[in-house]
Design a protein around this ligand. Structure first.
Ligand code: GLU
Length: 315
């Protein structure tokens, strides 16, 4: 079937589609399990569900808990990667690969076999490399990351959730092991604790679906923020980040997500997901019940129903 123009010609059209998708996906609310390995995440009610969509043409719609902040967790890896690419250019890829890992996101085994070069920047080990670049490259790296998120979302109220950051620091022994392993292999410039402090804070950033749908706009719009017209990344970098999300963005479920949904996306253990339809729009969903692979159960459903409704896929 030849690609058709997407059926959205106003915010009202978009709102109707979002309301319909929301109602259908909400039937699965309660399924999955809220992440508990970071204790502060365990207190979030499983019935929470928000969705927001921002098109490159400026249409916007949201539903449910779209204005409720949640810890973006691994969704932050995409933005910190963009900052690291900006700082280091092509040399970044001497320190981290670009292949799906086929292993859990916090695996140590693969890192040992592969001599401290993480498979990709969207698993924890690879994200530590990107965070390390930002930690070494900025006087106040936490503020740099926060400022970028505020600018991209157009919301100066975005902040770290100190309780989530502290909770993760107290229990983040696996991340500490990964970081020490990178250091032992000569693949970490900053002090381990400095990099981890930045990493735990970036994961704790509290944003809403409305914020995230806006913040992802530059990825949907060839590197230019569609809301402000400001270039955030070159067109090539935006395309490459989308390629990494499409191949590495959903833990061990990236293949079936491509099969069923077919757009670049990144998920986090807080239940947030950010997705882009390149050239068209950015979508954010949040529901904290996770499936067996660690992706939001209802979030994946909502994205699947949504892309079917608008007839879009990158494949
Ligand atoms: N802060 C989490 C961790 O490093 C992020 C994991 C995730 O969202 O995938 O364990």
């Amino acid at each position: 079937m030849p690609p058709t123009e997407h059926p959205i010609h106003s915010s009202e059209d978009l709102q109707q589609i979002v309301d319909d998708v929301y109602a259908r996906a909400a039937r699965d609310l309660g399924k999955g399990k809220v992440a508990t390995y970071i204790p502060a995440l365990a207190r979030v009610p499983i019935e929470r569900f928000g969705m927001a969509v921002a098109t490159n043409d400026g249409y916007f719609a949201s539903a449910g808990d779209a204005a409720t902040p949640f810890a973006i967790q691994s969704v932050s890896k995409v933005f910190v990667l963009m900052l690291a690419m900006r700082l280091r250019g092509a040399s970044l890829w001497n320190r981290v690969g670009r292949e799906p890992s086929g292993n859990p996101f916090n695996s140590l085994v693969q890192l040992e076999y592969e001599k401290g070069i993480p498979r990709n920047p969207l698993i924890n080990a690879g994200a530590h490399i990107a965070t390390d670049c930002v930690t070494a490259g900025h006087a106040d790296p936490k503020q740099t990351i926060l400022d970028e998120m505020r600018r991209l979302a157009g919301n100066d109220a975005i902040d770290f959730d100190p309780e989530v950051a502290a909770s993760e620091r107290a229990t983040g022994h696996r991340n500490a092991a990964i970081a020490n392993f990178l250091k032992a292999n000569g693949n970490l410039e900053s002090a381990v604790d400095d990099m981890l402090d930045v990493y735990f804070h970036q994961c704790s950033i509290a944003m809403t679906c409305e914020d995230l749908a806006r913040a992802a706009g530059f990825l949907a719009n060839r590197g230019v923020d569609p809301r402000t017209g400001v270039r955030i990344a070159t067109e090539r970098k935006a395309r490459r980040i989308n390629a990494l999300m499409a191949t590495c963005g959903l833990y061990d479920a990236v293949g079936s997500f491509a099969f069923h949904v077919g757009i670049p996306a990144k998920s986090g253990v807080g239940g947030g997901m950010m997705a882009v339809v390149p050239g068209d729009m950015a979508i954010a969903v949040w529901s904290p019940g996770l499936d067996r692979q660690g992706n939001s159960y209802v979030g994946v459903r909502a994205l699947e129903i949504f892309v079917n409704a608008i007839g879009r896929s990158v494949f």
